[in-house]
Design a protein around this ligand. Structure first.
Ligand code: 13P
Length: 253
């Protein structure tokens, strides 16, 4: 059985073609939530108001729903992505899903804790997540930790191949605590500088997303920071209406 087919039956829109200046991206990360029926209703509600938005959008969902979401969002501009992927190409790895399989069903992006070269090889843009724990933050290590994480990725993947980098402070995920816009901007500027050192031209076009308790009422101030190009949204992406409000906050004034 081969997993290397690359012509996609329903290619997702290329969400992560590099940003043009000042475009914003907002990605829903549903985590382990949803059902076939709930997803269909979410899509219907979100698509009904999609025309109001001027940012790019994507939904990262559990594996079992991805094909159906590709169908629901076909030709709408909403990209579909996976939440993780196996580092292996194929073989006897029970329960794992490879990048080739994701490409095969039309994924254009995937969240990854560590970037994998094979994602790039299969044309899937890695959205690389970095972030410090509370203990690291309190020890004053935030910048050192996220830069170490990003540099590790850059030893394997060139900047031009990154789909996006998401700064997600661990202490802000699902806690209702969010980084202040200024603190998040500070980290994003450091991430941008690190990317710039490696490849200035690609760095300017690489989306830097903030994630961690982004809600309709705090999104605009976060997204208005010069180096925050959008968000990676968990809890507030579970209801189409809330996710739409967060996306609407990603307008460029
Ligand atoms: P919350 O928005 O629920 O804090 O989750 C953020 C996140 O982990 C997105 O990947």
């Amino acid at each position: 059985m081969s997993a290397s087919k690359t012509d996609h039956p329903h290619p997702s829109p290329a969400l992560l073609e590099k940003l043009s200046v000042r475009e914003k991206i907002v990605i829903a990360n549903w985590k382990m939530n949803g059902s076939a029926e709930a997803n269909r209703l979410w899509a219907e509600e979100f698509l009904a108001k999609l025309g109001d938005l001027n940012c790019r959008t994507a939904v990262c969902a559990p594996f079992v729903y991805l094909s159906e979401l590709v169908r629901l969002f076909k030709d709408t501009g909403v990209a579909v992505g996976a939440q993780t992927v196996s580092p292996r190409d194929q073989g006897a790895f029970t329960g794992e899903v490879s990048a080739a399989m994701l490409a095969d069903i039309g994924m254009s992006l995937c969240l990854v804790g560590h970037s994998e070269r094979r994602l790039v090889a299969h044309g899937i843009a890695p959205v690389v997540c970095v972030g410090e724990t509370l203990a690291e933050r309190e020890a004053g290590l935030t910048e050192a930790v996220v830069l170490r994480q990003l540099r590790t990725v850059l030893t394997r993947v060139p900047v031009a191949k990154l789909g996006a980098v998401a700064y997600e402070p661990v202490w802000a995920i699902g806690t209702g605590r969010t980084a202040t816009p200024q603190a998040a901007q500070h980290v994003h500027a450091a991430l941008r500088a690190c990317l710039t050192e490696a490849d200035a031209e690609a760095a300017a076009k690489t989306p830097l997303l903030y994630g961690g308790s982004v809600k309709p009422d705090n999104a605009h101030e976060l997204f208005s920071q010069p180096d925050i190009d959008g968000g990676l949204i968990g809890g507030a992406a579970l209801k189409a209406e809330d996710f739409h409000s967060v996306c609407a906050a990603a307008r460029v004034d």
